[in-house]
Design a protein around this ligand. Structure first.
Ligand SMILES: *Cc1c(COP(=O)(O)O)cnc(C)c1O
Length: 388
C-alpha cells in the first residue's frame, strides 16, 4: 500500500474560519479598519503586551511603511542579513536605499551582531534584524550599537510572533516591527501582515503613511475638520475579509502554537541521536530565547548530502524544503546592494546545506512518526567521499 504524501506545509483553518469570512461579507464592511481588524489587533496587542498594531496587506508592506516613515532616500544605507527573504532588502531598496548585506552567525543563523560596527557608515539609517525561525537575534547588542550610532532598528519579525528574547516579546524591539500573515507563516490569512509601531514619536507619521499619505485618521477622530494629503504614503490597509480570517486564526493561537511546539519538540528529541552520529546540526536556541516553532531545520554535512536527503524523503512521499538563496549574490542584491570585503561565507554555506522538515498544526502523530522514521533511515555516510 502506498502511503499518502506528506506536504511540507498546510495552512491551518480554524473550524469557524468560513463562518467568520461569511459574516464579514454579509456585514457589508469590506474595506479596512472595521470590527474584524479591531478584534485581530486586540489579540495581537495582547500577545505583544503593547498597543499600536496596524494590519497591512503583507509583511512586505509593513517593512515598506517603516521605510516611508523613516524617510529613506537614495544613498541611505540599511543593514540586512544576506540570509533572508527578498522583502527584507527589497522593501528599503524600492525607496532607493542601499541594502548592506551582513553575514549570519553559524549557530543561530541570525544576523551576526559582531559584524555590525564594521558595516556602519555615515549613511547608515537602519538595521533590520530577522529572527530566523523566530529564534531571536542578540537584541541587547543590536539595540546598543544602533543607539550609539543613532540608527533605527526595524525588526523583521515575520517568523517570530509568540517568541521572546530575555522575556520580552519579539515584535516589540524595533522602532517598527513587521509581522507576516502569509499562508506559510504560523498565523496566516493568505496574504497579510502587520506593522507594530513601538516608537510613540513615529505613530502620527505611521497613521498618515498607511492611509495614502492622508490625515484621514485624525479626521475620523474629529481632530481636523477635513482630511488632506499630508506626506508620502501608500495603501497599507488590510481589508476586512482577510482580517476576519486572521481573527479566527488568532483566536486559535494557543491551539496552533501548542501543536507546532509538540511537533518541534518531537523532531528535536527523536532526531537527536541520528543527527549527532551523522554530523547533522540543528539551529541553536540560546537560553535567553523562546521561539514560536516556526520551522524545523537540519544543517546537513554537505550540499550533496542535502540533495540526497531531499530525494530520499521524496521517495518516502515526504516533501522537505531548502530555504533562502543568499541575497548578496542575487541579481538585485548585486545591482542594488553592497557587501563588505569579507563577503557572507556563512550565508552561502548554510543556504547550501539547510533543509526544513514538514511542520504544520494538523499534522497527525502518524505522519510525524513517518517523517522521523524516514529521516533516521537516511545515512549520510553512504554519500562516499569526505563529508566536507
Ligand atoms: C514572509 C517573510 C516576509 C514578508 O512576507 P510577506 O509575504 O510580504 O508577508 C518578510 N521577511 C521574512 C524573513 C519572511 O519570512
Amino acid at each position: 500500500m502506498r502511503c499518502t504524501p506528506i506536504p511540507f506545509h498546510r495552512p491551518y483553518l480554524p473550524p469557524d474560519a468560513s463562518a467568520r469570512v461569511q459574516a464579514a461579507v454579509e456585514s457589508g464592511w469590506l474595506g479596512g479598519d472595521g470590527p474584524h481588524t479591531t478584534e485581530a489587533c486586540r489579540i495581537l496587542e495582547e500577545i505583544l503586551g503593547g498597543p499600536n498594531v496596524f494590519l497591512t496587506p503583507s509583511g512586505t508592506h509593513a517593512l515598506e511603511l517603516a521605510a516611508t516613515v523613516l524617510d529613506l532616500t537614495p544613498g541611505d544605507e540599511v543593514i540586512v542579513p544576506s540570509f533572508t527573504f527578498a522583502s527584507t532588502a527589497n522593501a528599503f531598496a524600492v525607496h532607493g536605499a542601499t541594502p548592506v548585506f551582513v553575514d549570519i552567525r553559524p549557530d543561530t543563523w541570525n544576523l551576526d551582531e559582531r559584524l555590525l560596527t564594521d558595516a556602519i557608515t555615515a549613511r547608515t539609517r537602519a538595521i533590520v534584524p530577522v529572527h530566523y525561525g523566530g529564534v531571536a537575534c542578540k537584541m541587547d547588542v543590536i539595540d546598543r550599537i544602533a543607539a550609539e550610532h543613532d540608527i533605527a532598528v526595524v525588526e523583521d519579525n515575520a517568523h517570530g510572533l509568540g517568541g521572546s528574547y530575555r522575556g520580552r516579546p519579539l515584535g516589540t524591539f524595533g522602532s517598527f516591527a513587521a509581522l507576516s500573515f502569509h499562508e506559510t507563516k504560523n498565523i496566516q490569512c493568505g496574504e497579510g501582515g502587520a506593522v507594530v509601531v513601538n516608537d510613540p514619536d513615529l505613530l502620527a507619521a505611521a497613521e498618515v503613511a498607511r492611509d495614502k499619505g492622508t490625515d484621514r485618521a485624525m479626521f475620523f477622530r474629529g481632530e481636523v475638520d477635513k482630511y488632506t494629503w499630508r506626506a508620502l504614503g501608500s495603501s497599507h490597509i488590510l481589508g476586512e475579509l482577510p482580517a476576519a480570517l486572521l481573527g479566527a486564526q488568532l483566536d486559535s493561537f494557543k491551539v496552533i502554537q501548542n501543536r507546532r511546539h509538540e511537533i518541534w519538540a518531537t523532531y528535536r528529541s527523536e532526531l537527536d541521536g541520528w543527527a549527532a552520529a551523522a554530523g547533522i546540526e540543528f539551529q541553536s536556541v540560546p537560553e535567553e530565547c523562546r521561539h514560536p516553532a516556526h520551522l524545523f531545520a537540519l544543517l546537513m554535512p554537505s550540499a550533496a548530502a542535502r540533495e540526497r536527503f531531499i530525494a530520499h524523503m521524496r521517495g518516502a512521499g515526504i516533501t522537505t524544503a531548502f530555504h533562502y538563496q543568499p541575497l548578496h549574490i542575487s541579481p538585485a542584491g548585486r545591482a542594488r546592494g553592497r557587501t563588505g570585503r569579507a563577503g557572507c561565507p556563512t550565508t552561502v554555506d548554510v543556504s547550501e546545506r539547510i533543509v526544513r522538515l514538514p511542520l504544520y498544526p494538523d499534522m497527525s502523530d502518524a505522519d510525524l512518526e513517518r517523517v522521523v522514521r524516514a529521516s533516521c533511515a537516511f545515512q549520510v555516510a553512504s554519500v562516499g567521499g569526505p563529508a566536507r
